[in-house]
Ligand binder design. Structure first.
Ligand code: BEZ
Length: 187
């Protein structure tokens, strides 16, 4: 296998948990990041799902994240491990990215590359779909699963995007609702 790129737009931004050769901020055009996927195996439980991110087609929008170039020798192993970890509704999606973060590209186009990412569509059984930011924040606040609290997941994602100076109004809106009401344990 050639050294492939993988695009992280959720927990892979701050916790890739695999070896890589190179790590670059990148932008995926034509998609938006949304907390529309239910999590019953990581940030929630069966019957009490948390909310995690997926990608939805959005022609005029873009999603900032991190592109990792894998080692050719370990790439198959990395994908097998991610396929297993993300088996709760996610499938591999081939995408074209532009390398470079907001500060580097200044609104211009970065170098294009092909990458693989994971996305969960409406036909998977854990899909929750659209809800108001208020409802999403309320669900996140009360959810917890084997990988930890759902609010920790959202806030770490928001912090990672802030560090990259990457705007994402949906993530910011939900994170600011959580920050305003932190302190209580999840139900
Ligand atoms: C990620 O890009 O961090 C990611 C999102 C959903 C499933 C797996 C990975």
């Amino acid at each position: 296998m050639r050294a492939p790129w993988i695009f992280g737009y959720g927990s892979l931004i701050w916790r890739p948990a695999f070896q890589f050769q190179e790590r670059r901020p990148a932008r995926l055009r034509g998609y938006a990041r949304r907390f529309w996927q239910g999590s019953t195996d990581h940030r929630g439980r069966p019957g009490a799902p948390g909310r995690v991110v997926t990608l939805v087609a959005a022609p005029d929008q873009h999603c900032w994240g991190i592109a990792y170039r894998l080692d050719a020798g370990t790439a198959a192993e990395v994908f097998a491990a991610l396929d297993h970890r993300e088996r709760g509704g996610y499938e591999r999606l081939e995408v074209r990215l532009q390398l470079g973060g907001p500060a580097e590209t200044q609104g211009g186009e970065g170098e294009p590359i092909e990458a693989i990412c994971y996305a969960a569509g409406p036909s998977n059984e854990d899909y929750l779909g659209e809800a108001s930011c208020e409802a999403i924040a309320a669900q996140v606040r009360r959810s917890v699963g084997p990988s930890g609290r759902n609010d920790e997941y959202v806030l770490r994602l928001a912090e990672a995007l802030e560090q990259m100076q990457a705007e994402d109004a949906h993530v910011q809106e939900i994170a600011s609702r959580l920050r305003g009401r932190r302190g209580g344990p999840p139900a």
